[in-house]
Design a protein around this ligand. Sequence first.
Ligand code: PLP
Length: 352
Amino acid sequence: MYPRINIDLNKLEENCETFLKQCKDNHITSCFAVVKVLAGNLEAIEMIAKSGFDYLADSRLDNLKKMRLFTKPKALMRLPMISEAKAVVKYVDLSLNSELKTIKKLNSEAKKLNKKHDIILMFDLGDLREGIFYQDDYIDIIDEILMLENICLRGIGTNLTCYGGVIPTAENLSMLVKIAHTLENEFDISFDIISGGNSSTVYLFNQQKIPEAINNLRVGEALLLGRETAYGHWIEGMHQDIFTLEAELIEVKEKPSYPIGEIGMNSFGEIPIIENRGMMNRGIVALGKQDIQIDNLIPIDPKIEVIGGSSDHLILDLKEAHYHVGDIVSFKVNYPGLLQVMTSKYVKKNPK
Ligand SMILES: Cc1ncc(COP(=O)(O)O)c(C=O)c1O
């Protein structure tokens, strides 16, 4: 059944082990496995649940709910919606937060369930997504959080290289540590988590630039694609080919490469810009923009090229390659592409 995404579970297991070892070597003693890109695929997540990661983390509560059969603690990576506070407390052990109103709601819902809910308070060091802006006054909010009986403030964290593309450095991560120490001194508390970001922090491994007090990361892409996201470099020793997308050829024909007739809009309302390459060995595979944005696909066969597509058709320049109708074409996908195919109900998931 095609299209399908193959997931190599042995390689996934090895990436978990290799990555956690690299974390240890860099004084990262706790780590969240961010599995949102797996879109709740329990066979793949089970492999990670068996590994040494401390939390299974996702930004969607629906996915986290599905993971309740695993005993590993669960963490919500997107700030909770107030409207989902009850379910957050029920299905999730820890959430990232930045709004006192939401934290108070989590507290009252936790009280009803006679539970304690753990939080990490997020600080925005300049990337301008979630978090208390680092230049703002943050003493009062901590004072209030510490008074909430059913909330446990486990630590603080930051998220970089997401909206603004800001790279983690010794300087901005030291600002996070400074905030942590200020709060610990002011309130005579001790944080057990100082979370220094996501896969973009991984480029700092083995450079002695991650401040000692940073003891946690939350990683998705580094773990699953073996790639750090500050500069997009592959991580040594990690598999980059856990996932392979396969799709079936439904037409193979020799045709011109340039359309014939007056050119208007394509099926997506865009005026197509098409290069005239003369006669072409063209293939169409049964995969389309409904499944994946096509520039997120990389054909594994270096002889072939993706030249375009519509909702349900992907058009290939097969060049000199010998493919026939019914043959399977394999692709690598980048991280946004992986999220799309894992989310598409039309792409079969094939963990093996
Ligand atoms: C708050 C937060 N932390 C960590 C991650 C993991 O990011 P990455 O895949 O770059 O490691 C994400 C996104 O998935 C996130 O939203």
